[in-house]
Design a protein. Sequence first.
Length: 556
Amino acid sequence: MKDSKNSENLSSDKATNYNGALATLVTVFFFWGFIAAGNGVLIPFCKTYFNLDQFQSQLIDFAFYGAYYMGALMLFVVSSLKKTDIMNKWGFKSGIVKGLILSAVGAGAMILAVNGADPGDSSAFAFILGALFIVALGFSLQQTAANPFAVALGDPETGSHRLNLAGGINSLGTTVGPLIVGAVLFGTAAKADMAASISNGSITLSSVQYLYVGVGLLFLLSAALFKFSNKLPDAKADANFIGAKKALNTLIAITVLLIVVFFFVFRQYSGLAPGAKLDDKADHLILILSAIGLLAIVGGLLGANKMAKSNPKGWGAMQYPQLVLGMLAIFTYVGVEVSIGSNLGELLMTKAFGSLTESEVAPYISLYWGGLMIGRWAGAIAVFNPGEGLKKILYIVVPYVAFGVILLAIYLAEFEVVHLFGFSACVALQIIGFFLGKDKPARTLKIFGILGMAAMLVGLFTSGNIAIYAFLSGGLFCSIMWPSIFSLSIKGLGKYTSQGSAFLVMMILGGAIIPPIQGKLADIIGIHESYIICVLCFAYLAFFAQKVGSLHQKNA
C-alpha cells in the first residue's frame, strides 16, 4: 500500500479483529479458482452441446480472461482521466463489494442464458460468453483490491503469509471446481455416448442454472458481509496517480487492433449452419488473423519500450525493460497455464489418449489444476523461514501431502484414482526443481520453464499414460511462475512499482488469446500436435528468466 499511515492504523488493531474478515476475503480467492478451472469441464461439454469447433470452444477463455484485461484497462483509463487512483479512492473494501455485485449480475445473466438453451443454438452460446465476461469483469475488480487488502488486514510484515493462505485457498478452488462442475453437468455416472444423451434430453445445459444460483447467492452473501461489517476497515490508500500517457495510448491502440482483428475472425463464422465446419481457407485465415493480434501485443509492447529508451517521458513503467519483458511473460504464463487445461478435455477424448467421454475428463482437469496447488504449497515453505534441515524435509513431504489431498477430492467425487498414482513421479521432478532453484526467483523460473518445455515435448512425441502425465505436469511447472515473474518484473521500478503491477495484471489477457490460437491450430493440424504452442510458451518463460536475471545482475 502506498499509504503507510493507513497500514499502521490497521496493523495496530488486534489481529483477532480481522480473522473473520480474512476468512471472508479468502472465499473471494476460492471463487476465482473455482470458476476458472471449472471452465475446463464446461469447454468440452459446450463443444459437443453446441456443435462447436475447437477454436469456438476456447472462446469461453477468450470471454473470461479478456474481461480481466478490459477491467484492469478501464480502471487505468478512468484513473488517468481523473488523475486519481480510482481503486485507492474507493477503498479496497468498496472495490471488492462492487466486484462481487458485478459478478452476481453475471451469475444472474448466466442463469438466463442457459435457461432453455437448445443443443446447437449458437445464440445461446453467445449469451453464455457474455455472462462469463460479466462474472470475470467483477473478478477483475475483486483481484485488483483483494491482494493489497489481504496485506492490510494485520501486520504488514506478515502480509505475505496471508497472501500465501489466500493463494492456497485459490488453488483448492481450482482443484474442486472441475469435479463439482462435472457432477452438476453429468452426475457421478459416466455417459458412454454424450451426443446421444444430449440428443434425447437426458443431459441438458439447464443444470448449470443450479450451479450459478448457488454461486450468485454466495457472491451476494459475501458482498453483504463486506459491506455491513463494522469491524472491517475501508482500507483506503494514497489516491495520487502517476500518469503514463504514451503507455496508455499504446495499450488503447493494441486493444483497438485486437477488436478489429477478432471482428474479422468472428465474421468467418457468420451465417454458418449449426454443426457445419469452416473450410480450410477460413480456418487458415482465422489462424493468421489471430497471429496478427498476438504480434500486435508483442510488437506494441517491445516497440513502446524501445521508444521509451530514447525519451522516457510519458511512458511510466514501460520505460523499464524488465517490466515490458515481464508483461509478455505474464501474458505467456497465463496463456499456457489456461491453454493446457482448456484443451486437455478434447485431447483425452481422442483414441490415442483413451477415448474418454466429456464426463470422464473432470478428474484429469482437477489433477492438472491441482498441480498448481502442489507447487504453491511447496513454494510457500520458505515464507515461514524453517531451518535448512526442516526445509529440505518439507520440500519433499508437503508436495505429496497436497497430492494426497487432490486424490482424496477426486475419490470423494466417486472417480477411480489408482491410474493417477503414476503422477507421483512428476511431483518428484518438481521437488528436484525446487532444490535446484535454491529459493532464487530467476533460477527457479528458468528451471521450471525448461522442465515445462521438456514435459510438453515428451507429451508431443508420446501417447497414452506417459503423454497424459507429461501434459498434466504442466500445472506443476506453472505453479510458481506468477510470483517469480511478478517479483522479477517490478524490481527496480521505484515510484512506478504500483503502475507496473497494474500493467502486469492486465496481461492476464494471455488467457484470452493463446487458448483460441491453440484451438484453431488444433482444428487444422490436430489437438495433439497443437500442443507445440505450449512448448513455445515455456521456451519464452525460460528465456525471460535468463534475460531478466542477467539484467538485474548487471544493474546491481
